[in-house]
Design a protein around this ligand. Structure first.
Ligand SMILES: Cc1ncc(COP(=O)(O)O)c(C=O)c1O
Length: 432
């Protein structure tokens, strides 16, 4: 038995039944236990969240927070939306999992709904964003060999610099962010980068190399700190991909599903990628559901038997995702994000440049870039937590703002006031 497991059993044997999760540990003890038994994901802010409802979360001691991070732009429908909880419970009690070795009703129901909603022919479901991105790349390579007739093992995929699509070996192979890729080589071959928001560089790349099968790009780069391309970039990408017979894969895992004020961020320029990758809010944070949308002739390049996932397309995930999509539609969350995004912009653009050098945002996907001479994001986010706001920085200096889209105007304005008050207070502290 591994020692961590042995220790857990040793602790368990001294405690009453169910005590591992229910004994009254302090926040400090919970954090220490995490640090003792867990491996690392993100750097974690020192707060223990024990409950979420709508736009609010509560910590172990009952203190309430407004969630401005939204689970990294996942909780578009809010925490524990009653409709999602109901469907989750009903489906779990009826049929949670079969795998796609058999048919079950929710898979087709989600496929029908999401294709009608988006205008694509087919939806191939997976679980996490990175798996859906990887699936789109498999499709692109297959298409490259079988349709574009690229010579064996030469199909090349181009990515924008600053991209983020997860942490797998394939995803980090396309990354230009050293902490993401350093010491994980050797990297995936035939992955290349071009600068983001640079159509001339993209065209040079396409014209120099006839073996390019796909260009994968986020319509707004979320993890890079909410990089919004110039107007016309997405249209230009569409035109170049068509001109050079390259598949355009839009990674809308973060920007999709109403976050930026439209169903998809590509809708701001009324363009249609060849494949659209979705995840995160597709299940409102209840259960990981992701997938790839595309035309039949593209999605079906992966014929029966060459792709699969134990949980991809599960009844539980698909039933929850279907309800999550209906909520986005019925509660008009795209329109809400668009309207509230304007308030965020108006308020945060007022912050003087000595404190924040730039505001970036579209809809409710926004970032406030602190002046590095003033403060780093970690210090400010820790203070925001003390004042009842949850968020975290991107790339040290960018305060992320991606709350549940069900947030109302009053809640949002209160949150923005807390941000500006915190910045002014920090400034005063620094002076003294
Ligand atoms: C644009 C984008 N693509 C893909 C991913 C990866 O999603 P996941 O963490 O579910 O694998 C993310 C995660 O933040 C993302 O922002």
């Amino acid at each position: 038995m591994r020692s961590a497991t042995r220790n857990l059993f040793a602790v368990a044997s001294t405690l009453p039944r169910n005590a591992i999760i229910s004994r009254a540990l302090s926040a400090r003890q919970i954090i220490d236990r995490d640090e003792r038994y867990g491996g690392h994901h993100f750097k974690t802010l020192p707060v223990v969240i024990s409950r979420g409802q709508g736009v609010y979360c509560w910590d172990k001691d009952g203190k309430r927070y407004t969630d401005l991070l939204g689970g990294f732009a996942t909780m578009n429908q809010g925490h524990s939306h009653p409709r999602l909880v109901r469907v989750m419970q009903q489906q779990a009690a009826t049929l949670a999992h079969t795998s796609r070795a058999f048919y079950s009703e929710p898979h087709g129901a989600l496929g029908e709904y999401i294709t009608n909603l988006t205008g694509y022919d087919r939806f191939l479901p997976m679980n996490t964003g990175v798996e859906a991105g990887d699936t789109a790349l498999k499709i692109a390579r297959r298409w490259g060999y079988r349709t574009k007739k690229i010579q064996s093992n030469r199909a090349t995929v181009v990515f924008a610099r600053g991209n983020y699509w997860g942490r797998s070996l394939a995803a980090l192979s396309s990354s230009t962010d050293p902490p993401c890729y350093t010491d994980f080589g050797p990297y995936m071959p035939a992955f290349e980068n071009v600068p983001y928001n640079d159509l001339a560089a993209l065209e040079r790349k396409f014209s120099d190399n006839p073996d390019i099968c796909a260009f994968m790009v986020e319509p707004i780069q979320g993890e890079a700190g909410v990089n919004i391309p110039s107007k016309g970039y997405l249209k230009g990408v569409r035109e170049l991909c068509t001109k050079y017979n390259v598949l355009w894969i839009a990674d809308e895992v973060q920007t999709g599903l109403c976050r930026t004020g439209k169903l998809f961020a590509v809708d701001h320029e009324a363009v249609k990628p060849d494949m659209l990758v979705v995840g995160k809010a597709l299940s409102g944070g209840m259960y990981p559901v992701s997938g790839v949308l595309g035309k039949s002739e593209i999605i079906l390049t992966l014929e029966t038997g060459v792709h699969g996932s134990t949980f991809g397309g599960s009844p539980l995930g698909q039933a929850v995702a279907l309800e999550a999509l209906k909520i986005l539609e019925e509660e008009k969350l795209a329109d809400k994000a668009a309207a509230l995004g304007k308030i965020v912009q108006t308020e945060l653009e007022k912050v003087p440049k000595d404190m924040a050098i730039e505001f970036r945002g579209r809809g409710l996907l926004a970032g406030l870039k602190l002046n590095p001479d003033f403060a780093n994001g970690w210090d400010i986010c820790t203070r925001l937590i003390n004042r009842g706001l949850l968020t975290r920085p991107a790339h040290n200096y960018i305060i992320r703002i991606s709350p549940p889209l069900i947030i109302n105007e009053e809640q949002l304005k209160q949150a923005l006031t807390i941000i500006t008050d915190t910045l002014y207070e920090y400034k005063k502290e620094k002076k003294n």
